[in-house]
Structure formats: C-alpha cells, structure tokens
Design a protein around this ligand. Sequence first.
Ligand SMILES: [Zn+2]
Ligand SMILES: [Zn+2]
Ligand SMILES: [Zn+2]
Ligand SMILES: [Zn+2]
Length: 265
Amino acid sequence: MSSENMASLSLEDGRSIVNLLECPVCLSTMKPPIFQCQNGHSVCSECKPGLQKCPTCRGALIDTRNLLAEELAYKVIYPCKNTVRGCCEKVSLEDMKKHETACPHRKYECLVAKENGCAWTGCRSDILRHMEEKHDKYIYRSDLCSFKYEEFNFLQECKFSCIFSSCGEIFWFRSKRDPEKRKLYEVVQYIGPKENASKYAYEHRLVSPSGDQKLTFINVVKSDTDELKNIYEMRKCFIIDYDTLEIFTQNGKTFEYKIKMCRQK
Ligand SMILES: [Zn+2]
Ligand SMILES: [Zn+2]
Ligand SMILES: [Zn+2]
Ligand SMILES: [Zn+2]
C-alpha cells in the first residue's frame, strides 16, 4: 500500500489504525483471525487460548470474530518481525510472508547444519563468526577455491555444503552427487539481500590430467532464498554428467577442480 493511502486511513486524533489494532494482552498489532468478548472488545488469536475472561472488561470471550477489525488489519502496514534486528521494512499482511522469508535481517540457520547437526541460528552478520568458531574447516577464504578428492566415489550419493568468504561477502556452496542420474550438481548462493546475488558469478574450472581438455562453466550466483531443489530441477547451476566428469579425473578417482568467485561487471 502506498503511503498516500495510509494517510487517508489515519484518524483525526492522530492515533493510527495500527494503534487501534493493538492487542490488549501482548500489545502487538493484531492479525486475523481477531476474536472478541461478549461486549465487543478484541483480542488476538495468539492470546485468546490462554485467557479465561476479556482482559478489558472481564466479560466472557466468545468465538465470534471481529470482521471489521480483520478488514482493517488487511489495510494497514505492519513492521517486519525482524525490526529488533534492524529491518526497517513495513509491509501489508498480504506481502508479509514473502518479505519475512527473504528479509535480509531474518534468522539464518547454521549453513552447515546438516553436515554437523548444528542447531545454531542467528543473523547474517554473525554467520562468519559462528563458522570460524565451530566449523572453520568449512570456510574457504579465497576468490579461487580448490577442491581435491583423492577417492571421488561416483557411486556414492553425497550432499555437501561449505562457505566461501570471498569478495567481502559470504557465499554458500552446495554440492550434490546423484548416482542414479549420474550427475554432479553444484551451486553457489549469496547470503544476504536477494537483489545482490546476481552481482556475482562463479566459475568452475576443470582441467583433464593430461592438460589438453579444459572446461570452464560460468553461472550467476543464486540467492539464499532460492530453493535448492528448484535450482537443481531448473538446472540453474553447474551440472556435469559422469561421462564428462570422468575426463577430468585421474584413474577414475582423483578429481581436482577450482571454483573462482567474481563480481560481475
Ligand atoms: Zn495478543
Ligand atoms: Zn470485553
Ligand atoms: Zn524485514
Ligand atoms: Zn553451526
């Protein structure tokens, strides 16, 4: 909603609609469904189950919803729930879910949680510190990252994550081996505001053991909000089939390649 529309919704005494929608118990702005007491006082759906009586008049709480309040709730804009972590965005209820899943100030899970069974969550600015303290061997600190496998097993299903701390940013590298499809999938995702992802690219560099075959594959970095499953299915990443991959392995086992991170011009 534009700020112009918002202005027309302000009340004459200066209190905004948002204040009218404040839940008397938890003090946050109520979101539908909004319930009421027998005398018409509203209470939010999260507080209602814990209440015996109306917090305003001690009257009985009923299951009738306050549709007018709900309609107003759809018209106002709410601050993002990550305000405490520095987000200044205000969005309508309709856009809230979309914003909060992509909010740059949202809580992140540990980027190598699956590999380590780590339950850490925290904001973007704390990710690197957490990784350094707990998972240092999963950090690649160069714009040119080398991967070397002594025993690369084509037949083993394998998923792997690590991070690249390069270009002054944090990138999330994910790799998947699929023996059934006989393919290797790899993608680099940007940790941070979605719009920054496409400013970067990653370049796979493979060289055959004899040196006479080279493969360079350049992809634009994806956002951390893009679902990994979709990236793989849409083939928006590095994909190489095993027949091609074998060209670049020594004795079918030793496999070495490099990934270069760069800022796009
Ligand atoms: Zn409440
Ligand atoms: Zn009441
Ligand atoms: Zn936000
Ligand atoms: Zn962790």
